[in-house]
Design a protein. Structure first.
Length: 254
């Protein structure tokens, strides 16, 4: 795909994502660290704020129980507002900076410059929550010190009709080595009873992603592992025309 992709830090000239094989794909077919309370901080805080506005008190455990119940019953209410993709990416990265510094890890961002100012429709809080959770867990289990974690973003347009254009975005969150413990991956994809709150959080994020018509896979290769997260979000017409013109992506009929 064309366009300029930001590579941060600039001293990194070759992406660790290239030239790997022998992939094992795992997909749909409480611990604290550095002030980041596991993975469900966003949805709990959102629910607490809503309770406060309504004048109803709720504890963290009550909020968590309600959130799990709503996700399990597919009754979670999703917002639909316009937001910038770049704002979500910046917010997600900011949530792991402390842990990155503590572990001595490099963060590599391979992100087309043009996508940062593009607008899409969706639940910004939930998208940010899901991406931040996957990134946090990858950072947590990346080998350190002197290791790295990479965020790679690959967008393209998907024309559904004359009136509707979707932004198809593939996020890859990558680290070298073995990555997440097998038990945690099991919790994420296959368990109905979770061993840890960490596994519960990943499972909830996978299900929230599914409610947004997205999907996630966890791919383990010989020297690296990564989350592959796919989202398709509606775009305002002005953004789709701008993106197609600047980057030269060919739209295709679904």
């Amino acid at each position: 795909m064309g366009g300029h992709a930001e590579k941060t830090p600039e001293s990194v000239t070759d992406s660790p994502l290239r030239g790997n094989s022998l992939a094992r794909v795992i997909g749909d077919g409480e611990q604290s660290h550095g002030g980041h309370r596991c993975c469900m901080i966003n949805q709990l805080e959102v629910r607490k704020q809503r309770c406060w506005v309504l004048g109803v008190g709720c504890t963290t455990e009550e909020c968590l129980g309600a959130e799990v119940s709503e996700v399990a019953q597919c009754s979670l209410e999703l917002e639909k507002t316009e937001f910038l993709v770049g704002s979500v990416i910046d917010a997600v990265v900011s949530q792991v900076m402390i842990l990155l510094r503590e572990k001595g890890l490099q963060l590599i961002r391979d992100i087309p410059e043009e996508i940062k100012t593009l607008a899409v429709y969706g639940d910004q809080v939930r998208v940010q929550q899901v991406l931040a959770d996957f990134l946090f867990n990858m950072v947590r289990y990346a080998p350190s010190p002197q290791g790295w974690v990479e965020i790679q973003v690959r967008p393209r347009l998907k024309q559904v009709s004359d009136e509707i254009t979707l932004m198809h975005i593939e996020f890859r969150i990558v680290c070298p080595g073995e990555g997440l413990p097998p038990d945690l991956v099991q919790d994420m994809f296959h368990s109905s009873q979770w061993v840890t709150r960490e596994g519960l959080g990943l499972s909830m994020c996978r299900k929230i992603l599914k409610l947004m018509n997205g999907e996630v896979q966890y791919i383990r290769e010989s020297e690296r592992c990564y989350f592959l997260i796919i989202l398709e979000l509606p775009m305002p017409r002005r953004s789709s025309k701008s993106f197609d013109r600047v980057i030269g992506i060919k739209t295709r009929q679904s």
